[in-house]
Design a protein around this ligand. Structure first.
Ligand code: GLC
Length: 554
């Protein structure tokens, strides 16, 4: 029996667009949907296949779109419903796919539901959100000890009723009450609405927080101070009742069933969840009937060494064996720019890209990563990001230390305008951009790298082209190439899909390492991150410092 075909979303390469910062077509300083439309040639030429857009729905923009006030309308600064439909159609016409960002956990506090909910104790929508009486006789203390994801109580008191509402993130993002069937039905209707519009997948914002425990019991104490990607507990508590609730994991399957109503093409869900690999896997369902993918953020913390990278891939392979698939995420709109982790070193960045685009899993590329855009060092007190406002008291040295640990207190740093050329505002806008362009934009930009075969951009383009040609790289199993003679600095694996096979050798050291492997003699080297060009057979090949090569065996 022939195995069922591998679904498209498992083979795809994804590119995240932060619409506000990508391209501004109307000169108001804010990126927009027409801007994205104008850059589709660039994206197609780059070779990415699926575009994920951060939210552009109606919103007061207090968290730049992650605070939705109407899930069915487009915020005017991004465009109109016609622009949105035009974008979906134009992406599809190019054989590409498009993914929207669904903020299911919370709405804006300006969403009509919340306005109605907070208006009175007996509003028919009161129960759309999570309201509780406070403790102490006067209700002056929060209902329990639960902390928000950013630290501090996640309860906010509404002066008109004296009750408290729950918000997992910031106070202006009240959590919806998924224990109310009307809420669930309304949000599932929203999901169906966008899938019916032709959207190919949904990215699910802080999905791990959806259900809170109905007992409202206190969370237990923990010694952990700072939460991280692989362990979201922190601020001295274990988020037993607020994160990874069994009902949230069950809801992943319910949501999957809704998405599975849509065929030809099939659609997919990718969840923003945090924790160790085993916890994350639970969201995908024991029978692979939950979320199709979850972001694996541990990649962002892996050290740049052969040993650390091999351990990471091994862990992902073990936790996400077929039919599951790992994801490889180097950056996003909340984290330090990925080149920061390799100290701005271009060759190292090329090596990491070679790993990301040849290993088994779905890669997510954050806009600008392909040209090596750096963090924009914007002081905390100048940050427009509401998270920066919340942490304004933190000294700048601590901001730097946390950034090194992968935590951004001012997320403006990674959201600077896309660097298109060396013109004013990096070619992003003819107006004044909402965030200033990075000072390096005159040299680090698309125009400067486009025709340079040795550029980071060319490296990405070559890798993406290679991957599109190779069934093994898109969908093959991963086997380790174990050779005792091979240095531990070299990560070596083979991707295998039927007769199509590819070998990958990645040198994580700063010295040249000869490959003595007999197995590589039979292939032909088709890619090197150093030369950019296709090189001859690897027999007796010596890997240059930080060189990665791909050898196709056919
Ligand atoms: C997610 C988003 C982040 C947003 C938060 C609240 O972590 O990625 O940008 O601020 O959720 O919606």
């Amino acid at each position: 029996m022939t195995p069922p075909p591998i679904p498209w979303w498992k083979r795809t390469t994804t590119y995240q667009i932060y619409p506000r910062s990508f391209a501004d077509a109307n000169g108001d300083g804010i990126g927009d949907l027409q801007g994205v439309l104008g850059k589709l040639d660039y994206l197609q030429d780059l070779g990415v296949e699926t575009l994920w857009l951060s939210p552009f729905f109606e919103s007061p923009q207090a968290d730049f779109g992650y605070d939705v006030s109407d899930y069915h309308a487009i915020a005017p600064e991004y465009g109109t419903m016609d622009d949105c439909r035009e974008l979906i159609a134009a992406v599809h016409a190019r054989g590409m796919k498009i993914v929207f960002d669904m903020v299911l956990n919370h709405t804006s506090d300006r969403h009509p539901w919340f306005l109605e909910s907070r208006s009175s104790l007996d509003s028919p929508r009161r129960d759309f959100y999570i309201w509780r009486d406070g403790r102490r006789p006067s209700g002056a203390a929060p209902p329990n000890n639960w902390k928000s994801m950013l630290g501090g109580s996640g309860w906010h008191r509404d002066p008109s009723s004296g009750q408290w509402y729950w918000a997992s993130f910031l106070g202006f993002q009240p959590d919806l009450n998924y224990r109310n069937p009307a809420v669930k039905a309304a949000m599932l209707a929203t999901v169906r609405h966008w899938l019916a519009e032709g959207v190919d997948g949904l990215r699910l914002d802080i999905f791990n927080a959806l259900f809170k425990d109905a007992s409202f019991a206190d969370n237990p104490f923990s010694w952990r101070a700072v939460p991280s990607e692989d362990n979201p507990h922190g601020f001295f508590q274990r988020n037993l009742h607020t994160i990874d609730h069994p009902d949230t994991i069950a809801f992943a399957r319910e949501l999957r069933a809704v998405v599975d109503e849509f065929h030809d093409p099939s659609r997919f869900l990718v969840g923003e969840v945090f924790g160790d690999a085993a916890t994350l896997r639970r969201y995908c369902g024991e029978a692979a009937d939950g979320l199709h993918l979850v972001f694996l953020f541990a990649t962002m913390r892996a050290r740049f060494s052969g040993k650390a990278v091999r351990a990471l891939v091994e862990e992902y392979e073990q936790s996400f064996p077929e039919p599951f698939s790992p994801t490889y995420v180097l950056g996003n709109h909340d984290r330090p720019r990925s080149i920061h982790r390799v100290g701005g070193h271009r060759d190292k960045a090329k090596l990491v890209a070679t790993l990301q685009l040849t290993v088994r899993g779905v890669p997510f590329i954050y806009y600008g990563e392909e040209i090596g855009m750096e963090n924009h060092d914007i002081p905390l007190h100048e940050g427009l990001d509401p998270v920066a406002a919340r942490y304004r008291f933190v000294p700048q040295w601590l901001v730097g230390l946390l950034r090194k640990r992968g935590i951004l207190l001012n997320r403006d740093e990674c959201r600077a305008p896309m660097q298109w050329d060396d013109g004013p505002h990096a070619g992003f806008s003819t107006g004044t951009p909402w965030l200033p362009a990075h000072p390096a934009s005159p040299t680090v930009n698309v125009a400067a790298q486009k025709d340079d075969p040795a550029s980071l951009l060319s490296c990405y383009r070559n890798l993406l082209a290679l991957r599109r040609e190779s069934d093994a790289l898109q969908a093959g199993a991963l086997e380790w190439i174990d050779d005792r003679q091979l240095s531990a600095d070299v990560v070596a694996y083979r991707r295998v899909s039927g007769h199509d096979r590819a070998q990958v050798f990645l040198n994580f050291s700063g010295r040249a390492i000869p490959l003595t492997l007999g197995s590589s003699d039979s292939g032909r080297t088709v890619f090197s991150n150093r030369t950019g060009a296709r090189t001859p057979s690897p027999a007796g090949y010596t890997l240059a410092p930080h060189e990665g090569i791909v050898v196709l065996e056919r």
